[in-house]
Write a new protein. Structure first.
Length: 264
């Protein structure tokens, strides 16, 4: 009977940076430099994609596109996207070291998986240069997957393309897509996993879709947490997630359930 051989994890909002704060701050700052005022919902909607693609999708949003025309007297173009992206890249490089703390239960879950012989891969919307910072800082704090793949390593074809996952499976020596699981915290993560043919899992606490810092989430009442958790789970279901976990304390049981339910 085949077992799960690998878990492919996202980074910001999934394994590190509770609430995916670093990219949110960088995107907000970059748009503000051009006189724009995107909402948090607009910033978070494309989260998980290659960063330039993220900005492009934001510019395509009717409200933001209209605001650009009002401010600049013309429609936006690809050069404008490049300029905003350049600012965002500089901004995120400055804040990245501050947002590399592993989320609760991540280190313990990874240790348990390794005890079972399960390999740990990862994909991201960050560039190679960004990941050099993130991975080094996260390792100092106890989290280090077996490998990570950025869009730069697959000719810029990041999420929702499946190629970063395929490169992980190749590098980790995984026999079949049915032997791996993808876990993330955005619509792009779920799409990436499904497009690669993997079981796709969403994580609730600290996710970009939840959109709260650890302090903000901790400050909610029990009823408020329950209501918010429910909304996040509904979104994952709409995006096609096969499973949803509250946090990484549930990962070991999830692997057991997948192996039992899938008959592998």
């Amino acid at each position: 009977m085949r077992k799960i051989e690998a878990v492919i994890l996202d980074w910001a909002g999934t394994t590190v940076d509770f609430g995916s704060e670093a990219p949110v701050r960088a995107f907000a700052e970059s748009f503000e430099r051009f006189g724009m005022s995107p909402t948090l919902e607009e910033i978070r909607r494309p989260m998980g994609k290659l960063k330039r693609d993220h900005i492009h999708e934001m510019m395509e949003m009717p409200r933001i596109g209209s605001q650009w025309e009002t401010l600049h007297g013309r429609k936006w173009n690809e050069n404008d996207v490049d300029e905003i992206y350049a600012v965002s890249e500089k901004a995120i490089m400055e804040v990245l070291p501050l947002f590399t703390e592993p989320k609760p239960f991540v280190r313990e879950a990874v240790d348990l998986l390794r005890e079972k012989g399960i390999k740990i891969g990862s994909t991201t919307g960050y560039t190679e240069e960004m990941m050099e910072i993130v991975s080094a800082e996260a390792e100092k704090k106890g989290y280090h997957p077996d490998m990570w793949v950025t869009p730069d390593q697959v000719e810029g074809r990041g999420r929702p393309y499946p190629y970063m996952i395929f490169k992980n499976l190749e590098g980790l020596g995984i026999e079949s897509v049915s032997s791996a699981v993808k876990i993330g915290d955005t619509a792009a993560d779920i799409a990436e996993g499904r497009n690669a043919g993997l079981i796709s899992v969403g994580v609730v606490e600290g996710s970009s879709v939840m959109g709260l810092s650890a302090e903000e989430y901790k400050g909610l009442s029990g009823e408020e947490k329950e209501s918010l958790d429910s909304e996040v789970r509904k979104k994952y279901a709409q995006w096609g997630a096969d499973y949803v976990i509250q946090n990484f304390s549930e990962l070991e049981d999830l692997i057991f359930d997948i192996e039992r339910n899938q008959g592998i």
